[in-house]
Design a protein around this ligand. Structure first.
Ligand code: GLA
Length: 380
């Protein structure tokens, strides 16, 4: 059944209903740098959360998640944690109320083909989608960057996940056929044309559990803070690792604890690498872009230590295939997805062989998608 059929079955008349699409994202390069004021370069992908909702007369939100066959609701006057997906919607309501947006109740269906917990930002997609629903009913437009900041706050404060700004910005602000170069220091963006003619992007879900992800993520953030505080003793003018160049680190990083030094090395290199990769993308030097992707993965694996046997296997395998220019883990790591840049001529055999050989080697079922850059979240 499609979303309209499910809507009619659950809620009947759809005269006042409206629809929202809110895509997942894949980051091409710039990993674990958003919370260090660095640059990231995501695209929105054609795996999407879709909502169809209509206003209610009372102050309740009732949503049916078709994927989980789960109807959940809450009162806008009593937001209490339910420890389930509806908390993303409640968190957004909480932040919008805090921003003095008048909230109206609604009901409807949410359906998603963004795989859950695979690092393609299904949570940011539902947050931004919910924000657009509330804002539409309040007849209060909001700039994508403000929607993203508000949704990040919802995730940080209400849901309790300490993420950076990348995912919500990608979902809210990406444009079709463009990658989003986001400066996480001042939230300025550049839409970088990304309409590949002879190449494709393949996203592969490793289907490996991400249990460690949140504790390790917080640990990495803390290590970056420790590194920054120590560097500031010798470099009092720096306010984030963004201000530290690879040369600075060479000069002043000698006293850092070896683990902290590795983490900081990744961050300063990755920020420089992302700028360089983006310059080359803009000049259509995809070979160089691919090398940067490989360099990013090596750094995430060896210095930042957020890869996994599965992600290393998938990216190593990818690099040996005909036509592959680069392959790396994408998102927080510890499971989740890889992203591969490949010539079109190699795509079919890649799609056919990677899942099969991965299952044989790693005993898990990978899924692959060829992804174009789609438009960020919108009311349809
Ligand atoms: C997760 C977070 C992002 C970002 C990435 C790593 O996706 O939500 O904010 O930190 O990890 O680049």
């Amino acid at each position: 059944m499609n979303i309209s059929e499910i809507f009619s079955q659950k809620f009947g008349d759809s005269a006042e209903a409206f629809s929202i699409r809110s895509p997942g994202r894949v980051n091409l390069i710039g990993e674990h740098v958003d919370y260090n004021d660095g640059f990231v370069l995501p695209i929105a992908v054609p795996l999407e959360v879709n909502l169809k909702v209509r206003p209610r007369m009372d102050r309740r939100v009732e949503l049916y998640a078709a994927n989980f066959d789960d109807l959940r609701g809450f009162s806008l006057d009593n937001l209490t944690h339910q420890q389930t997906w509806i908390d993303y919607v409640q968190g957004v309501a909480h932040e919008l109320a805090g921003a003095s947006v008048p909230l109206h109740g609604f009901e409807g269906v949410v359906i998603s083909d963004v795989p859950v917990a695979s690092g393609l930002s299904s949570s940011a997609a539902i947050e931004v989608g919910a924000a657009l629903a509330f804002l539409h009913l309040a007849q209060q437009p909001m700039a994508p960057v403000d929607v993203a900041k508000l949704c990040q706050k919802a995730e940080n404060k209400f849901v309790g996940v300490n993420c950076g700004i990348m995912d919500q910005m990608a979902v809210a602000a990406c444009r079709e056929n463009h990658a989003l170069l986001l400066d996480c220091r001042d939230y300025s963006t550049r839409q970088v044309p990304f309409r590949l003619q002879k190449h494709s992007i393949i996203v592969t879900d490793s289907a490996a559990p991400r249990e460690l992800a949140s504790s390790a993520y917080n640990e990495r953030r803390a290590q970056c803070e420790t590194g920054l505080a120590q560097l500031q003793i010798k470099m009092p003018h720096v306010s984030s690792l963004r201000d530290v160049s690879p040369e600075d680190l060479q000069q002043y990083g000698g006293d850092l604890d070896p683990i902290v030094r590795k983490r900081v090395q990744h961050v300063v290199d990755e920020i420089a690498r992302t700028v360089y990769a983006c310059e080359n993308l803009e000049k259509d030097n995809l070979e160089v872009f691919g090398e940067c992707m490989n360099g990013s993965h090596a750094s995430l694996s060896e210095l930042y230590e957020v890869s996994s046997p599965e992600l290393d296997w998938l990216t190593n395998w990818a690099r040996k295939q005909p036509g592959v220019l680069g392959s790396r883990l994408t998102g927080a790591g510890f499971g989740g997805c890889t992203v591969t840049l490949i010539e079109n001529s190699g795509v079919d055999s890649f799609l056919e062989n990677q899942p099969r050989e991965y299952t044989a080697a790693m005993k898990r079922e990978a899924r692959c998608w060829v992804c174009t850059a789609v438009e960020g979240a919108q009311i349809l």
